[in-house]
Design a protein around this ligand. Structure first.
Ligand SMILES: *Cc1c(COP(=O)(O)O)cnc(C)c1O
Length: 385
C-alpha cells in the first residue's frame, strides 16, 4: 500500500485487491481466516457500553462455555484474557495453583515443556513427567506418582501437542487425575473447537485455548474455561496483576462483559463472527470432520509422493502433521518453503529435537480441495527431489 492510499478513508480503498491473501497459512495459528472474519474488524468499538460488553463479549463467554461443556454448561464459565495463548496458560497456572500447591506437568513436546517453564518462572512447586516427544504421557506412571506423592494438588497436560501433532489420551489421563481427586488443567490451545470434547464428563477443572486456533479467529487474546466452583476458589492466588484470572473473571461477571484493562476490541469482534461461522458450519463435530478430511487428503497425497509421517496414525491428530524431510541430502527446508509460499502455501518448520522434519497444519478456513492443490504444488516443486 503506498502512502497516498494510507491517507484515504477506508471506503475508497480497493478492498478486494489490497486484502486478498497471497497464500494460505497451513500453520497452527495464526491460521487462514474467512474474509467475513477479517471484515468484522473494520470498525471501531467503544468498550464501556452495552453494544460491546453485552452484544459481543457476553455472548462469546456463553457460547464458549456451551461448546466446552455441552452436558452441563451452567456449571462452567469462561474468562477472556489479553495476549497470545501463552499469556492465558500462564494466567491459568499462576491463578489455579495456590501458594502451598504442587503441580505435576505431563510433557511430551515443546508446549508441555513451556507449561513446566511457566511453573518455574512463577516459582510454583512442580514435578515434570517427560515421556519424550514421540511417546504419549505415561498414564500408569501418573497413577503411581499420584499415589506416592500426596503433596501434588494439580495436574496439567497438553491436549494436542502441536510440536508433533500428537493427540494425547485426555480421557485416560482425566480418569486417573479425577480418581485421585486432583485439580485437572489442560492446554487445549490447538485442539479446542476442532475436536469434540465435554469438560463436564471428563472432569476437567480448567482448560485454556486461544482466539487464533480452531475457532478460526485472529490473534490477540486467549480464554480459560473452568467450573464456576474451581475458579471461585482462586481469589488471591495470582502471581501477577495483569494475569490475575480471578480478578479478570470477577470483572467480566460483575461488569457484564467488562475487561479490567484495554481489550483487543477488533480481535474480539472478529472472534464473535468466527463463532457464528462455527455454528453455521454445523458445530465442532462437523468442523472436526472437515479437519480430518483435510488431514486424510494431505497424508494420502504426501505418501504418494514418497513422504513419511513422523507419527503412527493412532497417535496422530487431524490438526497438524509432521513429515520426515525427504531423503535428498541437499534438501533445504527454507528453499522448499519459499517455493511453496510463492505457489500460495505457507508450511511450518519442524520442532522435534534431533529429527529433521517439517509440519503442515490442516486447521483454519481451509478445505480438502486446498490440500489437493497443495499436493499438486508440491508435485510441481523441484526443491525436495
Ligand atoms: C499455539 C499453542 C500455544 C500458545 O502459543 P502462543 O504463541 O502463545 O499463542 C500453547 N500451547 C499449544 C499446544 C499451542 O499449540
Amino acid at each position: 500500500m503506498n502512502s497516498s492510499a494510507l491517507n484515504r478513508p477506508a471506503e475508497s480503498l480497493d478492498v478486494d485487491h489490497e486484502w486478498d491473501n497471497p497464500y494460505l497459512l497451513l500453520t497452527p495459528g495464526p491460521l487462514s481466516t474467512s474474509p467475513t472474519v477479517r471484515t468484522a474488524m473494520l470498525r471501531d468499538w467503544c468498550t464501556w457500553d452495552e453494544d460491546y460488553n453485552f452484544g459481543i463479549v457476553t455472548p462469546i463467554r456463553e457460547k464458549l462455555a456451551a461448546l466446552a461443556a455441552p452436558s452441563e454448561p451452567e456449571a462452567y464459565t469462561c474468562t477472556l484474557m489479553q495476549g497470545s495463548g501463552t499469556f492465558s496458560a500462564e494466567s491459568m497456572i499462576g491463578s489455579a495453583v495456590p501458594a502451598d500447591g504442587k503441580l505435576l506437568v505431563l510433557a511430551n513436546g515443546a508446549y508441555g515443556n513451556r507449561l513446566a517453564q511457566i511453573a518455574s518462572s512463577l516459582k510454583i512447586d512442580h514435578l515434570v513427567h517427560d515421556s519424550g516427544e514421540l511417546a504419549p504421557p505415561d498414564v500408569p506412571r501418573l497413577d503411581q506418582t499420584l499415589r506416592d506423592d500426596s503433596a501434588i494438588t494439580h495436574v496439567i497436560c497438553v491436549h494436542n501437542e502441536t510440536t508433533t501433532g500428537m493427540m494425547n489420551p485426555l480421557a485416560e489421563i482425566a480418569s486417573v487425575v479425577k480418581g485421585h481427586r486432583k485439580t485437572f488443567l489442560v492446554d487445549s490451545m490447538s485442539a479446542f473447537g476442532g475436536v469434540p470434547l465435554d469438560l463436564a464428563t471428563l472432569g476437567i477443572d480448567f482448560l485454556v485455548s486461544s482466539a487464533n486456533k480452531c475457532i478460526q479467529g485472529v490473534p490477540g487474546f486467549g480464554f480459560i474455561l473452568s467450573t464456576r466452583e474451581a475458579i471461585g476458589k482462586t481469589e488471591g492466588n495470582a502471581r501477577s496483576l495483569s494475569l490475575d484470572l480471578f480478578a479478570q473473571w470477577k470483572m467480566l461477571e460483575e461488569g457484564g462483559g467488562k475487561w479490567r484493562f484495554t481489550s483487543p476490541t477488533h480481535t474480539v469482534r472478529a472472534f464473535h463472527q468466527a463463532l457464528l461461522e462455527l455454528e453455521e458450519e454445523g458445530g465442532i463435530a462437523v468442523r472436526h470432520a472437515r479437519y480430518s478430511e483435510n488431514h486424510r487428503v494431505l497424508v494420502e497425497g504426501m505418501t504418494t509422493l514418497g513422504f513419511r509421517c513422523l507419527l503412527t496414525p493412532e497417535l496422530q491428530s487431524p490438526i497438524i502433521t509432521a513429515f520426515h524431510n525427504p531423503e535428498n541430502p541437499d534438501f533445504s527446508f527454507l528453499r522448499f518453503y519459499q517455493d511453496l509460499k510463492e505457489r500460495g502455501f505457507v508450511i511450518y518448520p519442524g520442532k522435534v529435537t534431533g529429527i529433521n522434519a517439517f509440519r503442515i497444519g490442516t486447521i483454519g478456513h481451509v478445505f480438502p480441495a486446498d490440500f489437493d492443490r497443495l499436493i499438486s504444488a508440491i508435485k510441481a516443486s523441484m526443491f525436495w527431489r
